[in-house]
Design a binder for this molecule. Structure first.
Ligand SMILES: [Zn+2]
Ligand SMILES: [Zn+2]
Ligand SMILES: [Zn+2]
Length: 149
């Protein structure tokens, strides 16, 4: 199971270490988590790994393109290991939950600027904001009582 992750590290010429494997495994199983959550997940398996070591691993994996860092306005940075498909995110304004939204085009920049001012545009940052189903349900107590979670 970890051999996939080892291959990912080798593909970008990063040395295979247990903390790197643990961070990749944590992000594979828990997309869009913040640094504190990554630390908690890694430490559940490797209690001696320091905060700094996890920060360093996240930085190295992000720089190598194995991990994507996303930071919705007003939120803490989150990390995910789904990279390379230019997908977007929908963020709940109420609870901060993030979900993936496939990009219709699949590669950046997927939108054409109406006026690029001569810039060589290489990315369009698209974030959808709204209210997740759990938060929407909270405002409709009668639906809750009828047995929905
Ligand atoms: Zn929500
Ligand atoms: Zn995502
Ligand atoms: Zn797109």
């Amino acid at each position: 199971m970890t051999s996939d992750l080892e291959a990912q590290l080798r593909a970008v010429s990063l040395r295979v270490t247990r903390p790197r494997l643990a961070v990749l495994a944590a992000l594979r199983d828990h997309p869009h988590v913040d640094t504190d959550t990554v630390i908690a997940l890694v430490r559940a398996d490797q209690p001696t790994v320091s905060h700094q070591a996890v920060y360093d691993v996240l930085r190295a994996l992000t720089a190598a393109g194995l991990v994507r860092r996303i930071q919705p306005a007003g939120a803490t940075a989150r990390y995910e290991s789904r990279v390379g498909d230019n997908h977007h995110h929908v963020v709940c304004r109420s609870c901060g939950t993030i979900a993936d939204v496939d990009c219709a085009v699949g590669e950046a920049p997927c939108l054409t600027a109406s006026d690029d001012h001569g810039f060589a545009v290489d990315e369009a940052e698209v974030v959808f904001w709204g209210t997740c189903t759990d938060c929407a349900t909270e405002h409709l107590p009668e639906i809750r009582q009828s047995g929905r979670k």
